[in-house]
Design a protein around this ligand. Structure first.
Ligand code: ADP
Length: 537
């Protein structure tokens, strides 16, 4: 027997119209200088709806964005999906080769680009035949704008368009909740980048999942700063989540300078911020010079958050970095860390260890670990290590225009390529990416665990451990380290520091000291680049 509840679709249109109805006066601040309200931003999205129609951008067409975190970018975030077009946020740090591959693969019909970023994408324009219009987003820079009939000015486009005055939500039938709303490509570290095609339904459910109490739990009184770029898996759902909750948004604009971000956190009284660990590392030296007392929740993910880094924030700001694990394929948040009631009276060192775990799955997300060879499910005993697999309503079930191949199991779970343990309480601890594990003399060394040990030395700012081919042991660990300015720490000292924490045969064969470590397009440490140099050395 069916239930008798209303068959209403889950759509991003509801997020927009809810913000208009309930939180019209709440603010969206860009770069600390431009202050608009949700009424303004949603009003511009309504104008954009008409403008896209006038440009002949059909339903289902991909609308690319190549932009920093700004209110204009947010307007496209809303205006494209609520009109049944697909928002494709493009990583602005891609090589020309990957950029061209992705835009051509997505067949973007129109691309919205920050004026200051034109030099990074315009040289490729001739090789991007699907793009009929380039809409330039003013960003305060004076970068030259190409004289080309395909190039339009965003502000003029919006000013010249009448706002759509109806209800976007009413244009969605029940089945339309499964329409594509967003497209993000994976980084392509293990083959060509793959497109993850989010639906309205998956986006709304992911929003609700992260909004749930006890998780990120965004609420109306929050001031949310997505430092994580809006092209990195939809800024982890923070922009839509903030709007749904009625929280104010602070968008950093095009600068990722630590001083700029810290100033924004202080002056805007930011309560919730999210960033990858390398960014939290870059902000750490400046924490003492700012009043960050409004902070209530800091989110860290994308790669492992070293316990020492989280503790630095707990000491300086009073709030640890809450660990989260996810993937572009998981919208991206699948797992969130933190302690539970049972840990309340535990010794602090144990609580630190619990917080260092990636955490527990969000409601509606199922996780399991399986034996890599046999595919058999492994026990949740905190010891067995297996490949992590995930299933849930905001987990990808396939990729855009490529065969699913090895990425999914026969029963439809996503194979993550990560190795993890799961304990009896459901806490997940990531051991390593399968491809980052170091195989030494037939035994595995976890690069993540070694990095955590090395990062606990007070002079270590950044560390990445990669495998170097070795004639005797197959592979041996090499540690790449960036030290605090003025530090005189040596390899011997770091070895002495980690010796009590890891097995003797885990000790790196070499420490290579660099001023800074190479980063990927999403700001994570680039093991690929380091592995190449380890191989050559
Ligand atoms: P990529 O890193 O390939 O650009 P994603 O941003 O989707 O693409 O990254 C997903 C991967 O990042 C995960 O499979 C995992 O290896 C790693 N990752 C994400 N969050 C964490 C975390 N909290 N701890 C350790 N690794 C993480």
């Amino acid at each position: 027997m069916d239930g008798l509840m209303q068959p209403r679709p889950l759509t991003i249109a509801h997020i927009l119209e809810r913000a208009e109805r309930l939180f019209a006066h709440k603010t969206v601040v860009t770069a600390g200088t431009e202050r608009l309200t949700y009424a303004d931003v949603c009003g511009n999205a309504r104008r954009l709806a008409t403008a896209l129609a006038a440009l002949g951008v059909p339903a289902g067409a991909r609308v690319g964005t190549f932009a920093g975190n700004s209110r204009r970018h947010l307007e496209v975030y809303l205006g494209a999906p609520v009109t049944k077009r697909v928002l494709h946020s493009i990583n602005i740090r891609l090589s020309a080769e990957h950029l061209e591959y992705i835009v051509n693969h997505a067949e973007d019909d129109v691309v919205f680009v920050d004026r200051g970023l034109l030099p990074r994408i315009w040289p490729s324009a001739g090789r991007l035949p699907s793009v009929r219009y380039w809409v330039v987003l003013p960003d305060g820079t004076g970068t030259a704008i190409p004289a080309d009939p395909r190039v339009l000015d965003y502000d003029e486009l919006i000013a010249g368009a009448e706002p759509f005055t109806g209800s976007f939500e009413d244009t969605f039938a029940l089945a339309d909740e499964n329409l594509a709303a967003g497209l993000c490509y994976t980084s392509g570290t293990t083959g060509p980048p793959k497109g993850v095609l989010y639906s309205h339904r998956s986006t709304v459910l992911h929003c609700l999942g992260t909004l749930a109490a006890g998780l990120v739990g965004l609420c109306e009184s929050d001031v949310v700063l997505p430092i994580v770029p809006m092209f990195h898996a939809n800024a982890w759902g923070l922009p839509y989540g903030a709007m749904m909750a009625g929280a104010s948004l602070v968008l950093p604009g095009s600068s990722a300078e630590p001083a700029h971000l810290l100033r924004l956190m202080e002056t805007e009284r930011v309560t919730v911020a999210g960033a990858v660990p390398t960014v939290w590392t870059s902000l750490a030296p400046g924490l003492g010079a700012h009043d960050l007392s409004a902070t209530r929740f800091l989110l860290g993910g994308g790669s492992a958050v070293p316990a020492a880094l989280s503790e630095t924030y707990r000491a300086a700001v009073g709030v640890p970095i809450t660990h989260s694990w996810g993937m572009t394929e998981i919208s991206p948040v699948g797992v969130i860390g933190g302690t539970r009631t049972q840990h309340r009276d535990a010794p602090e060192a144990d609580r630190v260890a619990v917080r260092a775990a990636q955490g527990q799955p969000l409601p509606l997300v199922n996780v399991r670990i399986v034996d890599v060879e046999t595919g058999r499910e492994l026990p949740r005993d905190g010891r067995a290590v297996g490949e992590l697999q995930v299933a849930g309503p905001w987990v990808a079930g396939g990729y855009f225009r490529v065969p699913a191949g090895e990425s999914f199991t026969r029963d439809g779970w996503l194979r993550t390529g990560d190795l993890a343990t799961i304990d009896a309480d459901g806490y997940l601890r990531l051991v390593d990416r399968i491809k980052d594990l170091i195989k030494s003399g037939g035994e595995w060394i976890s690069s993540v665990e070694l990095e955590g040990a090395i990062a606990s030395h007070p002079d270590v700012v950044e560390v990445a451990v990669v495998a170097r081919p070795d004639p005797r042991w197959v592979e041996r660990p090499v540690a790449y380290v960036a030290l605090r300015a003025g530090s005189t720490a040596t390899a011997e000292e770091l070895l002495r520091h980690i010796a009590p924490m890891v097995a003797k045969w885990w000790l790196p064969d070499e420490f290579v000291f660099l001023a800074a470590l190479p980063k990927t397009g999403t700001g994570k440490l680039s093991k690929l680049a380091l592995r190449d140099s380890a191989r050559i050395a």
